[in-house]
Ligand binder design. Structure first.
Ligand SMILES: [Zn+2]
Length: 279
C-alpha cells in the first residue's frame, strides 16, 4: 500500500491493482470561500497542491469519495473526473446525488473493488451540528496482499469508531486531525480524541486534514509534539503535502469478516447537503 498525501484529505491510495484518488479537492489556493464564520475566515484552500500533483493525479484508476463536502469533492475535482471518465466509488447514501452530477458511480458494498469492504458511517460533529453536516461514509478496505485500512473520514470520536477498530482490527487507520470548527462547534476529532484513537488502534495511524483549511487550527508540529509526549508518535504518520508513505502487510493472520449489508440510505439530511455541494 502506498499513500501519497496530496493536501487536506486528498490522497492517491495505491492498493492492490487500484490507484484510488481519495476525496479530491483540486481547487487552486484561495479559490474556495472561507469555511470559518467570524475571525480567522480566509479563502480556502490555504495552500496549493504540490507542484508534482498532476502526475500523481494522472495515475489514478478511480476515485473514492467519503462525502460531498467541498473539501472532499469540489468543482475542480468534478470537472477533472468528468474529463477523464474515471469511475467514482462512494456509499449508497451519496450514489444518486453523484450520478446526477454526471459521474460514473459505483457503490461501495461487499466485494466492491475486488476487496473486502465495509461502509462505516461517521458522525461529522455532535447533536444538531452532525445533522447539519450530513452523512459521511468511512471505509474499511482489505486486500489479501496489503495492510487492511480504515479511512474514518470526517468524524468526531463516537462509539462506532471504537467499535469498528475493535471488530475489524485494521492495520492502518487514516483519520482527519485538523479539529475543524467553523465557529459554532467542533466537527472533527479533537487532539485529545486523536490520542484516544491512536491508543485504541492496533497498528499504524495516518493523520491528515491539516494546515489546508481556515477552520482547522491544529498544526502538524503541535500534533507531533503531543503524540511524542504521549509516547505514541512511533506508530503515527503525519505526512507533509506530497509525501508518500509505504505500508506493507506484516502478518498473514486471518482477518475478521467485514459486515455486508445495504448500509444507510439517503434521507432529508442528504437532500440538504446535496443541495449545498459543489456542482
Ligand atoms: Zn473535511
Amino acid at each position: 500500500m502506498k499513500y501519497r498525501h496530496l493536501r487536506n484529505a486528498t490522497a492517491l491510495l495505491t492498493y492492490g491493482e487500484h490507484r484510488l484518488l481519495v476525496d479530491p479537492m483540486l481547487a487552486d489556493a484561495g479559490a474556495l470561500p472561507g469555511f470559518k464564520f467570524g475571525a480567522g475566515r480566509r479563502p480556502n484552500p490555504l495552500v496549493p497542491l504540490p507542484a508534482d500533483a498532476p502526475a500523481w493525479l494522472d495515475a489514478a484508476t478511480g476515485v473514492l469519495v467519503t462525502h460531498e463536502h467541498p473539501d472532499h469533492l469540489d468543482g475542480a475535482a468534478l470537472r477533472w473526473i468528468r474529463a477523464r471518465g474515471l469511475p467514482v466509488w462512494c456509499s449508497h447514501v451519496d450514489a444518486a446525488s453523484l450520478r446526477r452530477k454526471g459521474l460514473d458511480v459505483r457503490e461501495v458494498h461487499g466485494g466492491a473493488l475486488g476487496l473486502d469492504v465495509e461502509v462505516i458511517p461517521a458522525r461529522h460533529g455532535r447533536g444538531w451540528l452532525a445533522w447539519l453536516m450530513g452523512p459521511v461514509s468511512g471505509y474499511y478496505l482489505a486486500h489479501p496482499d496489503e495492510p487492511s485500512v480504515y479511512l474514518t473520514s470526517d468524524a468526531v470520536l463516537a462509539d462506532a469508531v471504537f467499535e469498528a477498530i475493535d471488530r475489524l482490527r485494521p492495520d492502518v487507520v487514516v483519520a482527519p486531525a485538523g479539529a475543524a470548527d467553523m465557529g459554532v462547534g467542533r466537527i472533527l476529532f479533537s487532539v485529545d480524541e486523536l490520542v484516544a484513537l491512536v491508543r485504541r488502534a492496533p497498528g499504524r495511524v495516518v493523520l491528515n486534514h491539516l494546515e489546508a483549511l481556515d477552520h482547522c487550527p491544529t498544526t502538524r508540529a503541535g500534533l507531533r509534539e503531543r503524540l511524542r509526549a504521549e509516547g505514541l508518535l512511533a506508530r503515527v504518520d503525519v505526512p507533509e503535502d506530497g509525501e508518500e508513505l509505504h505500508l506493507a502487510r506484516t502478518d498473514d493472520r486471518p482477518r475478521p469478516r467485514p459486515r455486508v449489508g445495504p448500509g444507510p440510505r439517503p434521507g432529508l439530511q442528504k437532500w440538504l447537503t446535496a443541495h449545498l455541494a459543489a456542482t
